[in-house]
Design a protein around this ligand. Sequence first.
Ligand code: V47
Ligand code: SF4
Length: 375
Amino acid sequence: MKSTSLKYLLSQTNGAIADIGRKVIAGQRLSADDGLALYRSRDLGLLGALACHVKQQKSGNEIYFNKNFHIEPANICIYHCRFCSYACHTGDSDSWEKTIDEVANTAKRYEQSDITEVHIAGGVHPDRDVHYYAAMLRAVRTILPKVHIKAFSAVELEYMFEKASVTDREGFQILKQAGLQSIPGGGGEIFNERIRQKICPEKTGSQRWLDIHRTAHRIGILSNATMLYGHIESYEDRIDHLMRLRVLQDDTRGFNAFIPLKFRMANNPMSHVGEVTAIEDLKNYAVSRIFLDNIPHIKAYWPMIGRDMAQMALSFGADDVDGTIDDTTKIYAMAGADDQNPAMTTAEMMEMIREAGCQPVERDSLYRPVKLQTC
Ligand code: V47
Ligand code: SF4
């Protein structure tokens, strides 16, 4: 949206929300109260326009995607997060684990491809430590020497480091030497301790999650951040979550992207909570983009929200749709994601972005443009 149109829209708006809009245009940082007022606003058009303004300042008309695939080493997990439709426990008939050879065989399928990233994450396996996962990364690195390895949420990392009795810093050094380059944003959920206690009581605490990311950033491993929203949290809890991320990012500048993850209700103990509406999703993208002034990218993770919502999110501040993916990620399919076999060709991805009036840019894992091969 052109800034003249936004200024016109603001001139037609009264009260606190107009003042906040003027702060956004002036590039001033928003307070927690400002963020709350945005969440409480029903003016979705204005929120979208403000988010687009912020997005334009950061990445112009460009929308990023990458070519990636996922490896899930196991669905076995020691935890029992109440929103999870994916985890099994040792001995369950539906549980599975891939050996390092099987993981390597999955990687081999991409040897001749133009994939630039592999995303490796799964459950928190009771018997595996950091040395085991380092061996796994070395196997992948040998087969795919040029592919960026983004692996293991802070929750998996906490457990594998403790299992091997190494500090976070030592653990990261072991994984880094084995090929780890960045870490995904999983396990953030919602930082408010009271809500976290209700939805994932056993999981890595909020401060611990933040500290693990801080350590990663300090040793040159960048990461993403997520927020699981649309369950029993309040707007205050969402702003508290965004604020804690913004404070850490001021300190380290290590987050590449923020990924709002909409709670999906199928096949988990929180199904009765239901799901929020599309309007709430769009509002959440917009407020995240406006409030997180120091995180460069907002990802609309399409395998979770579907192509249509991902496309709409591009008009509400998102500038990244993640990857062409393969059909190898199951965590959302099992929780009821619209697309049960998420995969998109490059041509489909680019068309989806162009149709939203934006310019598709294939990126690598650090958001550097990749030269597209045309034929
Ligand atoms: O932490 C689990 C979420 C996350 C459900 O960094 C659910 O690029 C909704 O973090 N409804 C793991 N969400 C996945 C993740 C991720 C995914 C894609 C890209 C990146 C990245 C990170 O999945 C968990 C949890 O918040 N999740 N169950 C559910 N029922
Ligand atoms: Fe385990 Fe992750 Fe599922 Fe929680 S969300 S039970 S940590 S796989």
